[in-house]
Design a protein around this ligand. Structure first.
Ligand SMILES: [Zn+2]
Length: 467
């Protein structure tokens, strides 16, 4: 099957240019100037023609941080791999990298196999896995090497959540040393969980149980402190480090310093830290629980620094940390005790649109929008140039993005399997009009026309951004 995408403006991370795109099967076969003989030949022979007039033709977005069906505090995030990847596709995301979890006392292998089983034959788009290491020991260190060979070349550790995912500095150092020898990238949840637990206990003892105290007990200084420590440990071990969901200027300052030294340190932020703030956590009644995630939403001034970080490439990636829990019955587990509110927010569907508002507002360029949502995550996590690029040979993961379409986010119309929207009523400009996953149209005219299970597991290579 050949498909011609005609009349659009192709936007790669290198910038926009006018070209027609020919797809042959699952891959991009070529690009050609619209008035060339090549384009005329393609028009006559293509089995299907998609009219891209007025749209940006961009590489499908890559969301490097999602949690489908993730166990947390006795419940599970509500999007399955089927519903979550479908919602992602609606928003123009054509690859996700989710987190498989090692349970304490078990092997990495058994954790990874559980996540393979959850995702198999379910996904609308392609998917890969990072591995959460929650039990650093001799066996799991050895297993890291095996997983790298199997295409799981990034390992997440936690400085937060003592008793659950938390690793000591010594354990973190050991995992980093292993990564230094096998080429993997260490991903870090950088918040000082030991200190945070003290602040949480003190707040609860004072009777401060409302959602807003979730933010008050996780100050940005403790994110900055943990980020500093993670960077120094990675420096000692000589391992690449990727800070997940960076929310605060104190943490950004540490990343800037490390990058200026030439260290292989990278960071991602998430739309919720750019568009929402601690004021949302302090909404009337229990509403604030909808916005409880970790690190917490900060005061709005942090977002100014985060946009700057995106411009200067000190923040290299925007990912969602999609981890949806319903307001009813799930978030409500924490009525009167914020520490029992499941941590996480929905967002996998809205990332491309939200960051496009930054283009419209002049915060970042059109090319940078593609870079932070698609090209850099693909390079960072060993998927480039198969993903993140419109060029011959790349997978035909392509979005026809209409910059003039407007729509309004709402739980009534979104496709995520969750009963609220963190952006309820927000009107945005720009929308994914047609979405292709490896040459197959999966979204067209606001309809899902794909098949669950057509997304395949992505065996990833090593970090392509190391210097
Ligand atoms: Zn996460």
């Amino acid at each position: 099957m050949t498909t011609l995408i005609e009349g659009g403006t192709v936007v790669n991370a290198s910038g926009p240019f006018v070209a027609n795109v020919l797809i042959d099967g699952e891959r991009i076969a070529g690009l050609a100037s619209p008035d060339s003989d090549t384009s005329r030949t393609w028009r006559e022979s293509a089995e299907r023609v998609l009219d891209a007039t007025g749209t940006y033709v961009i590489p499908g977005a890559v969301d490097a941080h999602t949690h489908m069906e993730m166990p947390f505090g006795g419940t599970f995030s509500v999007d399955t791999f089927e519903t979550g990847t479908r919602a992602a596709a609606f928003g123009g995301t054509t690859s996700i990298i989710d987190f498989a979890i090692q349970t304490k006392g078990q092997s990495l292998r058994s954790g990874l196999d559980q996540w393979f089983a959850k995702a198999e034959n379910k996904c609308a788009i392609d998917y890969g896995f990072h591995m959460i290491v929650s039990d650093v020991n001799e066996q799991s260190l050895k297993e890291m090497d095996v997983l790298v060979d199997e295409g799981v070349a990034s390992f997440k550790l936690f400085m937060a959540y003592p008793g659950v995912f938390y690793s000591t500095d010594g354990e973190i150092l050991q995992a980093m040393q292993q990564a230094s020898s096998n080429g993997a990238t260490i991903m870090m949840h950088a918040e000082n969980g030991i200190a945070i637990d003290v602040l949480v206990a003190q707040a609860l003892a004072r009777g401060e149980g409302d959602p807003r105290f979730h933010g008050a007990t996780r100050p940005s200084l403790l994110e900055g402190e943990a980020t500093h420590r993670a960077i120094q440990l990675a420096r000692v071990a000589g391992a690449p480090l990727y800070i997940v969901h960076l929310s605060a200027r104190e943490a950004l300052d540490e990343v800037v310093g490390a990058r200026d030294r030439g260290q292989n340190v990278f960071a991602e932020t998430c739309p919720q830290y750019l568009f929402l703030s601690e004021a949302d956590m302090a909404r009337e009644g229990f509403e604030g629980a909808k916005f409880v995630c970790s690190p917490p939403l900060r005061d709005a001034s942090h977002s100014i620094d985060l946009w700057r970080g995106l411009r200067t490439d000190d923040l290299s990636v925007v990912a969602t940390d999609h981890c949806p829990f319903c307001f009813k019955e799930q978030k409500e587990l924490g009525v009167g005790n914020f520490a029992k509110i499941p941590n996480g927010m929905p967002g996998v569907e809205h990332r491309l649109d939200l960051i496009f508002q930054g283009v419209d507002a002049g915060e970042i360029s059109l090319a940078r929008w593609v870079e932070v949502t698609s090209t850099t995550p693909a390079r960072m996590f060993g998927l480039f140039p198969r993903k993140g690029l419109i060029a011959p040979g790349a997978d035909a993961d392509i979005v026809l993005y209409d910059p003039d379409a407007t729509h309004t986010f709402s739980a009534a119309t979104h496709h995520m399997n969750v009963d609220y929207s963190a952006y309820e009523g927000m009107k945005v400009k720009g929308k994914a009009k047609t979405v292709l996953s490896r040459g197959r149209v999966v979204i067209e005219n606001d309809e899902y026309v794909g098949t669950p299970g057509s997304g395949v597991f992505l065996k990833r290579g090593l970090n392509g951004l190391l210097r």
